[in-house]
Design a protein around this ligand. Structure first.
Ligand code: NAD
Length: 704
């Protein structure tokens, strides 16, 4: 028999309630209703003596349905706590059959059952902390009663997944073994009936731990120091402390209070936004999810420099064979040596062993011969950033690589449509803009050319998943999404030092806001000479326009950043620690004098507003221009590629939280100041319109 998302069967006096809500049996409203109905039916049937709760497919249950968060369904009767009370209060024993995924609300449901039967391979977790929450359906009260305070707290505060094998000998499981889970659970249920084991409620277990309160205090101190701006980890400790200090029901009440506070916190709202943004990013508005993808079994990488090396590592880490092509043997040897060296860290840490490293490296076929690319399914080009070099490479590829293969470029700043037109197959050309170091950074901008075929896009999105990357689709424009915004951010930071701030002051204000690193520290890390060369090129291309920057004077003085031991800061030999340098102050002052600028005092709030609002305004233009599909994609780019703090959810989410009206007003006032670039600072039309309508970027569903 079926009750909506639950199948209900009776086997030999035992009701088997099978959760059936693919893919992970999330406990959405319909399943909760079905569970209540199933429990009711079992209760009312005198032929039934016990119940087994089990999941179909992927396992027991992955927990709450996150799509319901913030919707009426999340709180609609029956909520998870109601179901849990019903299970625990059942007069007939309920046995949870724990296999596959058993997480969050799913684990909390299992904890409320009278017994748990497990098999190896199940994955146990309370991951709520990762969304800035805590387990809010009794998990913080029941788990410590079964596992002890320390083990339970570790699971709750880390949100980490624990394999069931590690917990097999703990009181979490009343029976554990290999084989068919349902069979095990039925055998155990018969034993419960035959031996009259009765109802064992976890809530009645005593939490015995000598010095529990001292331990909780120790945990509080530790976690407070580690949690930084996130309130959830400490709230987890408080909830477990309540399990130690209070009777069960009072502990539950405390857990609820803490949960509700977290649910309303901006940090959790941001983390939930990011979670959903990651899921949304893989959907391309005009490319159906079921678009057939092209098989990718072998890849060619052109250029074994900084990027080509990192890209090769990402590919071989995902098990894909790579033909790595260079122009000269010594460049190839150097590239391979760098790849090997980049793996040393993983070897030292023990996350990789020699045997699997050898396996990975064996996937690389180094070559100087284009003919070896004949049978690859995808090419990633990572040669010098020069249109002429790219033209030669793409024309050659066009003649060598089989029809139907995908030709991708890793260009950061060249026009992808022009590159595509070097070939006779522009529909097969796409941008795969990796970030440096490419084997570490999760972000990938998938650049859609004017003629890129839909299945090529779909294939690139699939490949990014295979490599464990977060892919965001970007249209073609100068800098794509990330670097186009970064240019505005950098210009805003430069304006601030022109106005009177010092690099260390700008960096400190933005780091205080939460950026992983301030813009001047980033400049020193990346090297100031790259921008210097670019500005020289631009100045030659467009005579009469002022491209000058204080960084040019730093470069003239040989200060290229960390690599020369001095840039916006100075560095002790071998150290990456930035030390403010009076010489830089003098260069800045001199530069201001040349430009006729009288410095003024610049405060932290102004620094943050100008830099972050510049990002937001450009983000709005990027949506308007159709370069990004949605504001949450822009957030992902900034979070994963540019060190924007996750607890603020990305620049566009931060804008929504701040209120677009306030942001538009602040931008207008900057635009009105003497010397401001009005074109840059005037609120983007989309921002102005949404602000006026009292709307948000998240709520904006496009102009169509
Ligand atoms: P790099 O100078 O470190 O490496 C380029 C490599 O390409 C060199 O090893 C060179 O020998 C090789 N090469 C040049 N012409 C070739 C040809 N015709 N055939 C085969 N190999 C050739 O440069 P990089 O930093 O790795 O950048 C490569 C590309 O990636 C550029 O388009 C750049 O804009 C882009 N990119 C760089 C970064 C970054 O942070 N470095 C980030 C994103 C994208």
């Amino acid at each position: 028999m079926r009750i909506n998302k639950l199948s209900f069967e009776v086997k030999d006096g035992i009701a088997v309630l099978m959760l059936d809500n693919p893919p992970v049996n999330s406990l959405g409203h319909e399943l909760r209703e079905a569970l209540m109905a199933g429990l009711e039916r079992a209760k009312g049937d005198p032929g039934i003596e016990a119940m087994v709760l089990i999941g179909s497919g992927a396992g027991f249950s992955g927990g709450a349905d996150i799509r319901e968060f913030g919707t009426p369904k999340a709180v609609a009767y029956p909520n998870l706590r109601t179901v849990i009370i019903e299970v625990e209060a059942s007069a007939k024993p309920v046995i949870a059959a724990v296999g596959g995924v058993c997480m969050g609300g799913g684990l909390e449901l299992a904890l409320a059952c009278h017994y748990r039967v497990g098999i190896p391979g199940a994955r146990i977790a309370l991951p709520e902390v990762k969304l800035g929450l805590l387990p809010g359906a009794g998990g913080t009260q029941r788990l410590p009663r079964l596992l002890g305070v320390e083990a339970a707290l570790n699971i709750i505060v880390s949100g980490a997944t624990v394999p069931s094998e590690k917990l097999r000998d703990t009181p979490l499981f009343d029976a554990f073994g290999d084989g068919d889970l349902l069979e095990h659970a039925l055998i155990f249920a018969r034993r419960v009936i035959a031996e009259g084991l009765g109802l064992r409620q976890v809530r009645d277990l005593r939490l015995d731990m000598p010095n529990a309160e001292a331990y909780v205090q120790f945990a509080r101190n530790m976690i407070k120091a580690a949690a930084g701006p996130y309130p959830a980890p400490l709230a987890c400790v408080e909830a477990v402390a309540a399990a130690v200090e209070k009777p069960f029901d009072a502990g539950l009440k405390r857990e609820r209070e803490l949960f509700t506070t977290l649910m309303l916190s901006p940090e959790s709202a941001a983390l939930r936004h990011v979670f959903q943004a990651e899921r949304a990013a893989s959907h391309i508005l005009d490319v159906p999810d079921d678009t057939p993808v092209r098989p990718i079994a072998k890849v060619g990488v052109i250029g074994a420099g900084t990027m080509g090396g990192g890209i090769t590592m990402s590919l071989i880490n995902a098990g894909l064979p790579v033909v790595l092509l260079e122009t000269k043997q010594d460049a190839l040897d150097r590239g391979l040596a760098n790849i090997r060296r980049n793996y040393q860290g993983a070897l030292r840490k023990g996350t990789l062993n020699e045997a699997s490293l050898a396996q990975r490296l064996a996937l690389i076929t180094p070559t100087l011969d284009f003919a070896l690319l004949r049978d690859v399914d995808l090419i990633v080009e990572a040669v010098f950033e020069s249109m002429e070099v790219k033209r030669q490479v793409f024309e050659t590829l066009d003649g060598v690589v089989r029809q139907g293969a995908i030709l991708a470029s890793n260009t950061s700043a060249l026009n992808l449509n022009d590159i595509a037109n070097f070939t006779r197959r522009p529909q097969d050309v796409i941008g795969l803009h990796f970030f440096s170091p490419a084997n570490v950074m999760r972000l990938l901008e998938v650049v859609r050319g004017a003629k890129t075929a839909k299945d090529v896009l779909a294939t690139a999105m699939r490949l990014s998943k295979t490599m464990g990357k977060i892919a965001v689709v970007s249209g073609v424009c100068d800098g794509f999404i990330g670097n186009r915004m970064l240019a505005r951010y950098g210009a805003a930071a430069h304006d601030l030092i022109m106005a009177g701030a010092l690099p260390q002051q700008v960096d400190a204000a933005l780091q205080e806001f939460g950026m992983a690193m301030g813009p001047f520290r980033v400049g020193d890390l990346a090297g100031l000479d790259i921008g210097w060369a670019l500005r020289k090129r631009r100045a030659a291309e467009i005579p009469g326009r002022d491209f000058s920057n204080v960084a040019d004077d730093l470069c003239e003085a040989g200060r290229f950043g960390q690599k020369t031991g001095a840039g916006w800061y100075r560095y002790e030999p071998g150290s990456r620690h930035p030390i403010p340098d009076p010489k830089v102050t003098a260069i800045i002052e001199q530069y201001r004098r040349q430009k006729g600028i009288t410095p003024r005092t610049v405060g932290s709030q102004e620094i943050v507003e100008r830099c972050i609002y510049a990002l937001i305004n450009e983000g709005a233009r990027i949506i308007e221009d159709g370069i990004a599909q949605r504001s949450s994609d822009i957030d992902l780019v900034y979070l994963n590629g540019y060190g924007f703090p996750a607890y603020r959810g990305g620049p566009m989410f931060f804008a929504d939280q701040t209120g677009l009206h306030d942001i538009a007003r602040a931008l207008q006032s900057i635009a009105a100041q003497p010397g401001s670039d009005v074109g840059v600072w005037t609120p983007a039309p989309l921002l102005a319109r949404l602000a006026q309508q009292g709307q948000t970027f998240s709520g904006f569903k496009g102009t169509a």
